[in-house]
Design a protein around this ligand. Structure first.
Ligand SMILES: NC(=O)C1=CN([C@@H]2O[C@H](COP(=O)(O)OP(=O)(O)OC[C@H]3O[C@@H](n4cnc5c(N)ncnc54)[C@H](OP(=O)(O)O)[C@@H]3O)[C@@H](O)[C@H]2O)C=CC1
Ligand SMILES: O=C(O)C1=N[C@H](C(=O)O)C[C@H](O)C1
Length: 275
């Protein structure tokens, strides 16, 4: 706990799949207090955030008034945090609004472009405010990425397959994009073409991310979130795979980020940077 007061937390997207998990996790954390819950979906307006999350009522009605909620959070004695699990189309505005009110953003929403991330980094810098962008809060993904970086020293060919539920708005996943960026950081160009390839169906070979790394996105009901990084070399295949079986796996990372963002003065991108 910072000082004697719990950290005030606002959850944006509180009615969604991730938002409900965050409501439960924050309500159970000794060093945090759930200050408010925002969601734009009219089905959740004025619903109690606790009841919606499957717990006892918390007397926190869901509002769609982001500005009003941020203004209230800005009045708290302790610096407040806004956790955002909303939508790729709205997350950029949400982050700018939170920073403008002095509320620290902890962002799980994916789909921000590189230009948007750069712009947000400059905005956070000017305000000397911490802001955490975490495409994946799960420790297993950090371990997979570390193993992939180790393997990349020895393999010159790699492709990524990410598989998600079919309610997901963005493709490729933020996790796959970040994984490709991490593999590209060492300046190596992968996947030198062996033959002249033709796509008989456009998109058959996937999307090309940093340093020619291909990402393939699968969307099916029944999936939650899964990722494979497949390395190939003469006579061998090395496959790394991570499977999410319950969204609760993200919560230790979310709570850690809420605590860490208070001591930051700039934007940080990736869970691995705060572990
Ligand atoms: N970083 C990580 O570890 C993880 C990240 N994610 C990401 O988090 C995001 C949310 O995922 P998920 O919970 O599955 O999505 P859901 O669609 O289940 O929930 C999102 C909720 O936010 C609401 N919403 C959308 N836009 C706004 C807005 N501008 N203001 C307030 N509320 C809004 C939605 O309303 P409506 O229904 O009307 O759209 C919905 O109720 C996605 O980008 C996903 O990729 C998901 C899992 C883990
Ligand atoms: O939409 C999801 O579900 C997920 N989104 C994040 C992403 O785009 O990487 C994290 C995780 O894969 C679940």
């Amino acid at each position: 706990m910072v000082g004697q007061f719990p950290i005030p937390v606002v959850v944006n997207g509180a009615g969604g799949k991730m938002g409900r998990e965050v409501v439960k996790a924050v309500a159970a954390a000794q060093d945090m207090t759930l200050l408010g819950a925002i969601d734009r979906n009219p089905a959740y307006l004025n619903e109690d955030a606790g009841t919606l999350a499957g717990m006892e009522p918390l007397e926190i009605p869901i509002t769609n008034d982001r500005e009003g909620m941020l203004a209230m959070a800005a009045q708290e004695k302790q610096p407040a945090v806004m956790v955002d699990f909303t939508h790729p189309e709205s997350v950029y505005d949400n982050i700018r609004a939170a920073i403008a009110y002095g509320v620290r953003p902890v962002v799980g929403t994916t789909g921000l472009s590189e230009a948007q991330i750069q712009d947000l980094a400059e905005f956070a810098d000017k305000a000397s405010m911490g802001c955490l962008l975490i495409p994946n809060f799960c420790i297993g993904i950090v371990l997979l990425q570390q193993a992939a970086i180790a393997a990349s020293q020895y393999f010159d060919h790699v492709e990524i397959i990410e598989l998600h539920h079919n309610q997901k708005a963005d493709a490729p996943s933020g996790t796959a994009v970040k994984t490709a960026q991490m593999l590209a950081e060492f300046g190596k160009t992968y996947n030198q073409s062996q033959v002249k390839e033709t796509e008989q169906l456009p998109g058959a070979r996937g999307a090309i991310a940093d340093e020619q790394i291909r990402i393939h996105s699968v969307r099916l009901p029944g999936l939650i979130a899964h990722q494979e990084v497949i390395f190939g070399a003469a006579g061998q295949i090395y496959t790394l795979r991570h499977d999410t079986t319950d969204r609760g796996c993200y919560m230790p990372g979310v709570l850690l980020a809420i605590r860490q963002v208070l001591s930051l003065k700039s934007l940080v991108y990736g869970l691995e940077k705060i572990l």
